[in-house]
Design a protein. Structure first.
Ligand code: ZN
Length: 223
């Protein structure tokens, strides 16, 4: 981590008393998503994708610019900050001891190489650490040649997402999916197509429960 640590939102130097990598001023403005679930809930109907989806923040300009910096500037302090925020929300709405495995939506080998890291994977690692859940890096594979989701319509996104992923080789045999309560993590979700497609594959592999968790979503509103 860089020192002195800087605020993930505004780059101000964060004082030692200010935890989480957020400065005092930005801490007052963090756009928390207040509802427990973005989709579904403990008593909601079962879904072919995620049983329910948790979201920590609204995707406002403040969050959007921090996420963009996280993706492209390789600043390591974003992972702990967003991981801790998401873990806290999950703990609050789900309670302790629900999940046996945590994993992330993969980025695809080409893009991961180009960028050097998968930001969803980094966030997921910190979430798993905070919740004391086993982290499995590679339950899902991104298929080579998968199209990017941006620029597609809703129906196209659903179809493209379904065709973009596969259950990773060997995970069924290793017993990492069947009967497991899986926490599936992504950084930002626009329409939930991607996370629901990933969840459907895990369910197809025998997962007992798949709960999606995203740091931020435009569906959570921007105001
Ligand atoms: Zn700040």
């Amino acid at each position: 981590m860089l020192f002195p640590p800087k605020c993930v939102f505004c780059d101000a130097v964060v004082g030692l008393g200010e935890t989480l990598g957020i400065c005092r001023e930005c801490a007052q403005k963090v756009p928390f998503y207040m509802s427990d679930y973005l989709m579904g809930g403990p008593h909601g109907a079962a879904h072919s994708g995620c049983d329910r989806v948790i979201c920590a923040l609204k995707y406002t300009d403040m969050v959007k610019s921090a996420m963009t910096k996280f993706k492209f500037s390789q600043r390591a302090e974003f992972g702990p900050t967003f991981g801790a925020i998401l873990a806290e929300k999950i703990r609050r709405v789900e309670g302790p001891g629900i999940f046996s495995v945590a994993t992330a939506i993969p980025l695809g080998e080409g893009r991961e190489k180009e960028r050097g890291f998968n930001q969803a994977g980094i966030i997921a690692k910190y979430v798993a650490m905070h919740l004391n859940v086993r982290y499995c890096h590679d339950l899902l594979d991104k298929r080579e040649g998968a199209m990017r989701q941006s620029g597609l319509t809703g129906a196209q996104r659903d179809r493209n997402a379904k065709e973009s992923f596969a259950l990773a080789g060997g995970v069924k045999e290793k017993g990492l999916v069947k009967g497991q309560a899986i926490l599936l993590i992504d950084d930002v979700s626009t329409t939930l197509s991607t996370i629901n497609a990933g969840a459907a594959l895990l369910k197809g592999g025998g997962a007992a429960l798949v709960v999606g968790a995203v740091v931020a979503s435009g569906m959570a509103g921007r105001d």
